[in-house]
Design a protein around this ligand. Structure first.
Ligand code: HEC
Ligand code: HEC
Length: 465
């Protein structure tokens, strides 16, 4: 019988031992990690349900939260719930491959960022400029918090954002949300959870709605099932033997000289007693290409620069264009269930995991397939050797590549220089071989929840040998 996930620490530590190149976080302490420390509602700790089914074990607040999460009447359109964008059947991420989702009263208003998965957020500490890094080696740096730029500190505060955003659930006021809850079939449950007079004051009722959504996300095992093949492997469970290809991929993932993914997507023991979350909660600038499919990006002077704005203002440059180390930084997301995603990075500019890996591998060696070329002449027929896996498949003669086209030139200095994005010269050897790439993909596929070991081990297939 499987227990609700806890790892044999030794095993996980063993596989992480090699992966300690510095990533902008810090050394294993307590700073700002207290607020969201433990999963489960503070008032009503719950027994984990090994089957992964929600319901009986949830606190009253979390039970209401579950109703709220799936309730489309909490949107101006009457058609959009949290689950529309954070679909539990798609690892609490969108069911489609749009870079950004459409919302608003008529469901035709585009957002400006890709929708993250809501899985494995229960250990996320509050944002801090100098958050300790779980790897115990890296210097403290920007980390923690919710959204791609960390502007929200708790899951409860986060819930207010989509409810009120004009391009998401688009409610005109908090009172409108409260009114919808008051009219809902589960209004009695809401009163039971938060008091019979809870609807008397709209602000209090709204705060409790947010609390309920937080309790649901923290308590329901569906948000943190730890049911991937990797979890069986790390827990030394039956069915958890990785194939030769997956093992090699794991080594690429942790090897500082090849993938080095683990230095940011850290898979060792994390903050607050967590383990193998495949993120160190840190913010880094890696120079993801601009996505012209995002409406806001049609405006020439508009840049989404993450931690320095425009969606948060506490780290805005002192004057337009002034030096600011926070510009271009986005949150390092967990890689659990990344293989199920259909849009990647904060702007959803890529749509396959293989393309993401190839971007890491050739951002510096082949920048012209990721960033636009200015002033060149397109070739009618590209050379046979010109790669077709990039964002740009037209080959140019002459011209200049506008590398890091989604940030003003002054912020290029903020780009993180560590492997595999070490700034090596165009045309030089990329850090990963074709074999490394396919092995890494195999390993990342072991991080998908809901793994059912086959009756007998496969003897053929892409990820076996
Ligand atoms: C229209 C699509 C949409 C809907 C509906 C929606 N969200 Fe989101 N959600 C997003 C996007 C986009 C982001 C990233 C926002 C950002 O980075 O600024 C996000 C981020 C989040 C995050 C932060 C995750 C992280 O990795 O930091 C949480 C938590 C969250 N949403 C919860 C909810 C809840 C609860 C609801 C319902 C009340 C909801 N969302 C409804 C699109 C949506
Ligand atoms: C320097 C730190 C760093 C390293 C090293 C790193 N990543 Fe990332 N990763 C990030 C950050 C930061 C983002 C978000 C960037 C953005 O959206 O602008 C990200 C995003 C991703 C995403 C998109 C996930 C999603 O939900 O959209 C994938 C997949 C990914 N990384 C895989 C990898 C792999 C595989 C490697 C190793 C080859 C790797 N990363 C190495 C920091 C890093």
């Amino acid at each position: 019988m499987r227990q609700f996930a806890k790892y044999a620490r030794g095993l996980v530590a063993g596989l992480t031992g090699v992966a300690l190149a510095a990533c902008g976080g810090g050394g294993g302490g307590t700073t700002a990690s207290g607020t969201q420390a433990s999963p489960g509602a503070p008032s009503a700790p719950v027994a984990p349900t090994p089957t992964g089914t929600a319901g009986a074990a949830l606190s009253l607040a979390a039970q209401v939260g579950q109703k709220l999460f799936f309730d489309p009447t909490l949107s101006a359109s009457g058609k959009m719930s949290c689950a529309t964008c954070h679909d539990p059947n798609h690892a609490h991420a969108p069911p489609n491959n749009l870079s950004v989702q459409l919302g608003g009263p008529n469901l035709n208003q585009p957002g400006s960022r890709a929708v993250p998965s809501l899985r494995y957020k229960e250990y996320t500490p509050a944002y801090a400029d100098l958050l300790s890094n779980p790897d115990g080696i890296s210097q403290p740096g920007p980390g923690g918090g919710f959204t791609w730029d960390g502007r929200v500190n708790t899951l409860a505060d986060q819930a207010a954002l989509p409810l009120m955003s004009p391009v998401e659930m688009a409610n005109v006021s908090q009172a409108a949300v409260v009114k919808a809850v008051q009219a809902a079939s589960y209004a009695p449950l809401f009163r039971q959870a938060f008091g019979s007079g809870v609807f008397a004051d709209a602000a209090t009722a709204f705060a409790n709605i947010a609390q309920a959504l937080q309790a649901y996300q923290r308590e329901d095992p569906g948000f943190h099932p730890y049911s991937s093949k990797f979890d069986l492997y790390a827990g030394n469970k039956v069915g958890g033997s990785l194939t030769a290809a997956e093992i090699r991929g794991m080594r690429v993932f942790t090897d500082p000289a090849r993938g080095n993914c683990a230095s940011c997507h850290y898979q060792g023991a994390g903050l607050n007693g967590s383990s193998a979350l495949f993120t160190d909660f840190s913010y880094e600038a890696i120079g993801v290409p601009r996505n012209m499919a995002i409406a806001a990006n049609q405006m020439a002077g508009y840049y989404d620069l993450g931690v320095c704005g425009p969606n948060r203002s506490d780290h805005a440059p002192a004057a337009p264009g002034a030096a600011d180390i926070y510009c271009g930084m986005f949150k390092t997301p967990t890689l659990r269930n990344a293989a199920t995603r259909q849009s990647f990075f904060h702007n959803g500019v890529m749509h396959t995991l293989e393309q993401v890996i190839r971007f890491y591998n050739t951002r510096d060696t082949y920048p012209e397939i990721w960033y636009p070329t200015v002033g060149g002449t397109p070739k009618a027929v590209a050379d046979a050797s010109f790669p077709t896996y990039g964002l740009i498949t037209t080959q140019y003669v002459g011209g200049a590549v506008r590398k890091y086209d989604d940030m003003p030139a002054g912020y290029v200095a903020n780009i993180d220089p560590q492997m595999p994005l070490d700034g090596r010269k165009p045309g030089s050897m990329p850090p990963m071989s074709e074999q490394n790439i396919s092995d890494l993909l195999c390993f990342l596929n072991t991080l998908t929840d809901g793994y059912k070991p086959p009756a007998s081990a496969p003897i053929s297939g892409a990820c076996v040998n």
